[in-house]
Design a protein around this ligand. Sequence first.
Ligand SMILES: [Zn+2]
Ligand SMILES: [Zn+2]
Length: 363
Amino acid sequence: MKLAVWYEFGKPAVIEDVNIDPTGPGKVKLKIMATAICGSDIHSVKGEHGECKMPILAGHEIAAIVDEVGEGVSYVKPGDHVVASLVKAGCGQCRHCITGHPHLCPKGRQEFKLPGCYTLKDGTRPTATGGPLVGFAEYTLAPEECLIKIPEDMPFDVASLLGCGVISGFGAVTNAAQVKPFESVLVMGTGGVGLNAIQAARFVGAHPIIAVDTFDNKLKAAYDFGATHTINVKTEADLIAKVMEITEGEGVDYTFVTVAGIEAKRQAFSMLAMNGKQVIIGHGVGEMLSDFDAVEFVGGKTMTGSAMGRARTRVDIPNIIKLYKAGRYKLDELISNRYPLEKINEAMEETEKGGALRNVIMF
Ligand SMILES: [Zn+2]
Ligand SMILES: [Zn+2]
């Protein structure tokens, strides 16, 4: 079977023929149908996610068909269509799972291991940069807890977006911030995650919904996904003044920052209304928040994070699929291009340039 291997940080991937281990206890062998390219895949293969032993593998936004199941697997059977997500479903028994926060389940965290389930021709077993999943491969082994069943008529290309980019944006709004009707929202960075924050904000009835980015094509997409106002920070001389003007001097109730950089977080925090909440989604390596005046918090402003939308994957993903099928949630429009595995370097380059929303590798 074929997979993409990175032998050096910042260098193109090589497509190799490899062997995959047999399915083990609790593990599921997947025949991958589509894997979307995420911004964090690009960071990983450039060595921007900290230490990682080479060679490495990537890809974690996966839609697949179950090929074989290992001992003890009960959730899926061969032939089932699934999405794989880095967020595990949880044990269903601990206090976090029972109270609706399976993303905090300690069982999931302990089992968050790299797979190393492939053998290259020289006997090397490459590691994965994206936790327990490898998506840029024809087959992969995944923990059962990472899987979410999807209907058979759900197209694989759009389904691949659900396990990471879509839930990260959607869940930030619905789970982390729990935005309510008529509350105001600002989304900074309108790539794949930001667009899903915007359409979740529209779905829950937020108003206004302000999109901020540096690319006009992404702001056009933001408008199509439900933004009521768009601002290009490259051409807007005073971003904060503009946001205050839109919100009649009040500031926004929520800021969702999907981009790296302290300056963006600083700016977004100063645009908050008195009781506003900032949700940090995107971050760079070693990004330190400092020089925040305590008085800014005394009025009631808060700041929190949202990793992968605090997703309850087996609830949130089927819900989003229902909305998509009813024509109430855009997924097709998130895909810019589809590529075969052989063109992964081109697909990643295009994603990095910033012109694409999501590029998907199709198998
Ligand atoms: Zn991702
Ligand atoms: Zn649990």
